[in-house]
Design a protein around this ligand. Structure first.
Ligand code: S0N
Length: 273
């Protein structure tokens, strides 16, 4: 099923942000450079993902690239300067790291929808998404050591967690490209579909997730983060536990007692095993 009722949520220069039926679609719209990102692209992505996170109507986010040739070819090498990628403000930065953290911390499923190249920093962007649906023309790989860069954060460590350390080292040390089928075989993507079925498959997966309990999905995602992200991951999981606690009578008793200037009575709440 392809949705025909996508509505533009917000207009940007480098990206598209649409939504329909509980699904957000965020698209890098720079096909002329294989959807590589400059600092402004990343700032817009951060803004769109933040809006999608805060929109209670949205339960699943699809992240994709315009056209069939590339999901994203990483940082725009034309603006790589001394110490980072240089935007209109002339400040070098690596703000894509902030975007990686944001995608992981959004308590909703984020699905990378990959046609063509997912290379360099673009490969890391699909990696940090919860799921990846690949078209049969997708190509995966890292280029860092070949082009004078590296992502030793999630780019290396989460890759090792995902496909194993030996394979992750091969990908980074040799800078080869891998087909969609090879990516599937190594557990780097969830499924491979014909290119012309990419979007409809993504929507089908999104709709299946939307039928599930949002709090269950939220806690599962945060538990996966807690496993990989140490105290920062635990903080996200704990934050969600607090959110749930605020919804209980027991937590409300504490707040109400304070506001009513009385001693809280927690005796009526069970101490379950
Ligand atoms: C993807 C490749 C293999 C495709 O090859 P193909 O099919 O032959 O197409 P091309 O003719 O090469 O490309 C089509 C047009 O697109 C332009 N283009 C492609 N990629 C980029 C890019 N990354 N930047 C700018 N332009 C790009 C081509 O130039 C061409 O345009 P025209 O026709 O006008 O010449 C091939 O394109 C390829 O190898 N691309 C480069 C891939 C790459 O090396 N990416 C950068 C890797 N590094 C990062 O992504 C950095 C990430 C990052 O920010 C970071 C984060 C954390 C820590 C560190 C870093 C860090 O700085 O590394």
């Amino acid at each position: 099923m392809v949705l025909s009722n996508w509505q533009t949520v917000h207009k940007y220069q480098d990206i598209l942000f649409e939504k329909a039926e509980g699904i957000a679609k965020i698209t890098i719209n720079r096909p002329e450079v294989h959807n590589s990102f400059r600092p402004e692209t990343v700032s817009e992505l951060i803004d769109a993902f933040t809006r999608a996170r805060d929109d209670a109507e949205i339960g699943v986010i699809l992240f994709t690239g315009k056209g069939e040739k590339a999901f994203c070819a990483g940082g725009d090498q034309r603006v790589r300067g001394h110490g980072g990628y240089v935007g209109d403000d002339n400040v070098p930065r690596l703000n894509v790291l902030e975007l990686q953290r944001l995608i992981r911390s959004i308590p909703k499923a984020v699905i990378a929808v990959v046609a063509g190249y997912a290379i360099g920093g673009g490969h890391v962007l699909h990696l940090v998404c919860d799921l990846t649906i690949a078209a049969d023309n997708a190509r995966f790989g890292q280029t860092g050591p070949k082009v004078g860069s590296f992502d030793a954060g999630y780019g290396a460590t989460l890759l090792a967690r995902t496909i194993g350390t030996k394979k992750a080292k091969e990908i980074w040390y040799l800078c080869r490209q891998y087909s969609a089928q090879e990516a599937l075989d190594m557990g780097l993507v969830n499924t491979v579909v014909p290119l012309d079925q990419l979007e409809e498959t993504a929507i089908q997966w999104a709709k299946e997730i939307l039928e599930k309990s949002p709090i269950a999905i939220r806690f599962l995602k945060m538990a996966f983060n807690a496993d990989t992200d140490g105290l920062a991951g635990l903080q996200m999981l704990a934050g969600d536990a607090t959110m749930l606690y605020y919804m209980t009578e027991e937590a409300r008793e504490g707040k109400n007692a304070f506001l009513e200037k009385r001693k809280p009575d927690f005796s009526k709440f069970p101490r379950l095993p």
